[in-house]
Design a protein around this ligand. Structure first.
Ligand code: IPM
Ligand code: MN
Length: 355
């Protein structure tokens, strides 16, 4: 697709979220103009400030309006004045669950000029993708306390896995591996030696779905071993598919390998017809940098690129990806906040110029 309509809801959110989202949007607008895409955007005022003022996190009328946008660009969630967990659960996880965004896609690519903590590894070694299930596992909030606050207290938090939930994620990952067309290797990351019920379901489903994809090489790592291999031989990986909780953990490890939170982006994707997907930089709200112009917007611009790709604008997405690499490779001094050699908004301008 090289022209068409694209409706994007923008949730700047907390801290530096609005600043980085603005740069993502700047690049989105610039590439839309170049590619003849009719872009329509709307800002949604959600996050810690609104919660503190009104007590609202995700009012039903706002949610209903958001649902009419096929794509959401999210800045960050997390406010120092709000207890941890309230906004994360009430806004971020609520959107993921209610919009049934069952894929959490985390590309792990070391861009040119970006430093990795791995000695002797470069951009050709660190280029893989994690497909994290995004609606089940310990994230469902099932559990409870017994005898709370007493010495006999019991706390339970249940990991929920369904056949439907793991199958749709695994099948999407196989298709993605095929479309990506690189090593054509899909690695299941789980813990089948200990989680002999839940991850047995994942294992059996993986084996069954694999039969439909004879062109894809299947591979398996226990999650602990995966952490080791990711550091020692990241070049082994092409696409990883994993559960929600393990995916959360290994994508922070992967994020630092690709240059850290200023670079890493993710997509919460509902691939079904009419599904609403949401794209976000991984950096968090970084409150101490709010308004300083020091925060790195590359992750948010990267998220905007993912938004384009998942919306079917492959050419525009490739353009953004290439422009990011020009800027990291030939302009920016560092990916760390305050050390980029440019302000937040100058980095956005540089990407626009490189489109
Ligand atoms: C992530 C984050 C979230 C998660 C938090 C903020 C709830 O760490 O997107 O990886 O655990 O999924
Ligand atoms: Mn995380």
């Amino acid at each position: 697709m090289s022209s068409g309509n694209l409706k994007v809801a923008v949730i700047g959110g907390d801290g530096t979220g609005p600043e980085v989202a603005a740069e993502g949007l700047k690049v989105l607008k610039a590439v839309a103009k170049l590619e003849g895409i009719q872009l329509e955007t709307k800002d949604f005022d959600l996050g810690g400030e609104r919660y503190l003022k009104t007590g609202e996190i995700l009012p039903p009328d706002v949610f209903n309006e958001l649902k009419t946008y096929p794509a959401i660009l999210l800045g960050a969630v997390g406010h120092p004045g709000v207890a941890p967990g309230i906004l994360e659960k009430g806004l971020l996880l609520e959107l993921r669950f209610k919009l049934d965004q069952y894929i959490n896609l985390r590309p792990v690519k070391l861009f040119p000029g970006v430093e990795t903590p791995l000695a002797g590894k470069g951009p050709k070694d660190i280029d893989f993708v994690v497909v994290r299930e995004n609606t089940e596992d310990m994230y469902v909030g099932m559990g409870g306390f017994l005898k709370k606050g007493t010495p006999d207290e019991v706390a339970m938090q249940t990991a929920v896995y369904t056949r439907k939930g793991c199958e749709r994620c695994i099948r999407w990952a196989f298709n993605y591996t095929r479309k990506r067309n690189q090593k054509k290797r899909l690695t299941l990351v789980a813990k089948t030696n200990v989680l002999t019920y839940g991850h047995d379901l994942w294992w059996r489903t993986f084996q069954e779905v694999a039969k439909e994809y004879p062109d894809i090489q299947t591979d398996y790592n226990h999650v602990d071993a995966c952490c080791m291999w990711m550091v020692k031989n990241p070049e082994h990986y092409d696409v990883i598919v994993t559960t929600n909780m393990f995916g959360d953990i290994i994508t922070d490890l992967a994020g630092i390998l690709q240059g850290g939170m200023g670079v890493a982006a993710g997509g919460n994707i509902n691939p079904d017809a009419g599904g609403v997907s949401m794209f976000e930089p991984m950096g968090g709200s970084a409150p101490k940098y709010t308004g300083t112009g020091m925060i790195n917007p590359i992750a948010a611009i990267n998220a905007a690129g993912m938004l384009l790709e998942q919306s079917g604008y492959d050419k525009a997405a490739a353009r953004v990806n290439k422009a990011i690499q020009t800027v990291t490779g030939t302009k920016m001094k560092s990916q760390a906040a305050g050390k980029m050699g440019y302000t937040t908004s100058q980095v956005g301008d540089l990407v626009c110029e490189a489109l």
